[in-house]
Design a binder for this molecule. Structure first.
Ligand code: ADP
Ligand code: MG
Length: 352
């Protein structure tokens, strides 16, 4: 089965295409095909577990083994969670729109703040959906991340408190940000403006999430230069993996030239619909390819998740007992647990 993981372009002209040509077991659209169903119980001709059958792991992906991950079934503890020794700065990126970047940023941030972390969310999308979900003022002209990037205004001057979540602040995005891609082009150190703005304030937080726009332009580059980790939400749908190799190439470029610490630390499967075989196939392919950076928990498709922003809320506050809220809590708990292992991983895997 191959659900279209893009191979390096140099090896395969159809690398970004879907489905790849001439494979005999890749037709993910044949959900009703009895033959396909019957294969579920048979090992395929090539075991996906065989490491040599996999394409090269992109080097930007942090493939270190992670220990102590909570199994999905385990309930998240209600008290404080482990805090990272140093602030973790995560760029939430995927140039595809509508894959759950904003939803994941919002709900992971709230879940972590609810369990003792100090969290800053930077809304870097001119659409300002994150700001909306937090009910943070973001009308044109409101002090915002635009002023930080373009006019050098201190970030803590624009970071606003989020009502109902005491430890959380949000630097809002206004529509002014739509012009920033162009305005930044002629500016000094145009790729580093967010990184510099964060230098002074990151220490006040345990987590900084940067919600990227659906493009790979200068705003996203600013996020990748400012971040240490990249969190990629992947929607469990047919074209899920299209464009991912381009994102990974950009991450590699930023890492090579501007930010050596940058790595893909986390992949989160979103809008997972367990009833469809396609979602399972996409999830399986992503897990086979990326290994342990994929969070064990995936986020189900849930009406409550999509309703929450309409009330200026995260699903964590809107309906904390819903399936969606519980999944985001579990995913956030996993994310927090990985911070504890990161120190060990950076010291050649000594377990902590
Ligand atoms: P992005 O920021 O990547 O563009 P969003 O987080 O804004 O994507 O999500 C796109 C749309 O999908 C939004 O309307 C959002 O409410 C909805 N959505 C996101 N995650 C889920 C989910 N798990 N279940 C149902 N709807 C979702
Ligand atoms: Mg968004």
């Amino acid at each position: 089965m191959n659900v279209g993981w893009p191979r390096p372009a140099s090896d395969d002209p159809s690398a970004l295409g879907w489905p790849p040509p001439d494979t005999d077991d890749d037709d993910v659209s044949r959900e009703t095909d009895a033959d396909l169903v019957s294969r579920e119980t048979e090992p395929g001709p090539v075991s996906r577990e065989t490491p040599t059958a996999e394409p090269e792991e992109p080097s930007v992906v942090d493939a270190a083994p992670l220990t102590d991950l909570p199994p999905t079934a385990q309930r998240v503890p209600s008290g404080p969670w482990p805090l990272p020794p140093n602030p973790r700065i995560l760029g939430v990126a995927n140039q595809k729109g509508g894959v759950g970047k904003t939803t994941s940023t919002v709900n992971l941030a709230v879940a972590l703040a609810q369990h003792g972390a100090r969290v800053l969310v930077v809304d870097l999308d001119p659409q300002g959906n994150t700001s909306t979900a937090f009910s943070v003022e973001h009308r044109e002209g409101t002090p915002s991340i635009y002023d930080v990037l373009v006019h050098g205004r201190p970030l803590d001057e624009v970071a606003a408190p989020v009502e109902g979540v005491p430890q959380l602040r949000c630097a809002p995005a206004t529509i002014d940000l739509a012009g920033a891609e162009i305005e930044l082009v002629s500016m000094v150190a145009r790729e580093m403006r967010l990184a510099r703005a964060l230098t002074g304030v990151a220490a006040d937080y345990d987590y900084v999430f940067i919600d990227c726009p659906p493009s790979l332009g200068l705003l996203t580059v600013n996020a990748l230069v400012a971040a240490r980790e990249v969190l990629i939400p992947i929607q469990c749908e047919f074209y899920a993996l299209e464009g991912l190799s381009q994102l990974l190439r950009n991450i590699e470029l930023v890492r090579a030239h501007l930010n050596p610490a940058l790595h893909v630390s986390t992949i989160l499967l979103t809008m997972f619909d367990a009833r469809t075989r396609l979602a399972e196939q996409v999830a399986e392919e992503v897990r086979n390819h990326f290994g342990p950076v994929v969070l064990t928990e995936s986020i189900p498709r849930s009406v409550r998740i999509s309703e929450a922003p309409g009330y200026g809320q995260s699903v964590m506050t809107y309906d904390p007992n819903s399936r969606g809220a519980r999944a985001y809590a579990q995913a956030a708990y996993e994310l927090a647990g990985r911070a504890a292992t990161e120190e060990g991983h950076m010291n050649e895997g000594t377990s902590s």
